[in-house]
Design a protein around this ligand. Structure first.
Ligand code: FPP
Length: 244
């Protein structure tokens, strides 16, 4: 598939507001996550249809472990069921499933489902779905620093190697090494925070905030975000004149 002009190659989403949606409808928080999971399924198709090549969804942060045990267990169970159920559709639609984050810490069933989805969809080419699980942007950078120090220690002059370390080389030590930098970062739920999401790779992302709770996010909302993106001038630190 060829790249579409002006469409963000990599869209990242903070799917916020499941809990407040549930509260608003007098439903248990987990019902909010279930509805949210449905929208997560849909957004992958909306993105693929729009010509987006990678979509990263923030499904579970390193901080989310501190939520009530029931909610954490419910989210992990939802992850395992949803992944296995969606696998045939991901195959059919050409979705390559990948993850970012500390997958080893997930409960056995969730980990097995993740491993299976990664393995079985590895040759799909239409769009990458990158589910961020047990993910933290600061943790990703710390792990990158540790790898960079190990790498430097193997060089003839470790001190010089570290002194000359540039952004491209450092990025190769990060979990996101194989994804492209984020072009558009969408956050729902009426909050304006990055919340430790893709700190390195969202350095030049265009930010888009939608006040709706995630379970209410629609295809029209997604297309509005894409439209808004196409109207932005991305300067990457240059002046408008330089770009012209
Ligand atoms: C933030 O809303 C959302 C999450 C912490 C989980 C996101 C998960 C899904 C959309 C479902 C898909 C799940 C998996 C595991 C694939 P919140 O609960 O913080 O909402 P609130 O701010 O209104 O409380």
């Amino acid at each position: 598939m060829t790249e579409k002009d002006n469409v963000p190659g990599h869209v990242a989403v903070v799917m916020d507001g499941n809990g407040r949606w549930a509260e608003q409808h007098r439903l248990p928080r987990l019902e909010g996550h279930r509805r949210g999971a449905r929208i997560a399924r849909h957004i992958v198709e909306w993105a693929a249809d729009a010509g987006v090549r990678q979509i990263s969804l923030f499904a579970f942060s390193t901080e989310n472990w501190a939520r009530p045990k029931r909610e954490v267990e419910g989210l992990m169970a939802l992850l395992a069921t949803m992944l296995l159920k969606e696998l045939p559709k991901m195959q059919k639609k050409g979705v390559r499933f990948r993850t970012l984050g500390g997958i080893d810490a997930l409960p056995e069933k969730a980990r097995q489902a993740v491993d299976r989805a990664c393995l079985e969809t590895r040759n799909n080419k239409r769009i990458d779905l990158i589910l961020c699980l047990n993910y933290g942007g600061q943790q990703e950078i710390i792990e990158g620093v540790k790898l960079a120090a190990k790498w430097a220690a193997t060089r003839d002059d470790p001190e010089q190697a570290l002194a000359n370390l540039d952004t491209d080389t450092f990025r190769s030590f990060l979990w996101c090494a194989e994804t492209r930098p984020v072009d558009l970062l969408i956050r729902t739920g009426a909050e304006r925070r990055i919340s430790n999401f893709l700190l390195w790779d969202a350095a030049y992302a265009e930010l888009y905030f939608c006040d709706k709770y995630w379970p209410d996010f629609s295809e029209q909302d997604f297309l509005s975000a894409i439209d808004d993106f196409t109207s932005r001038e991305r300067r990457f630190g240059l002046t408008g004149n330089q770009l012209a």
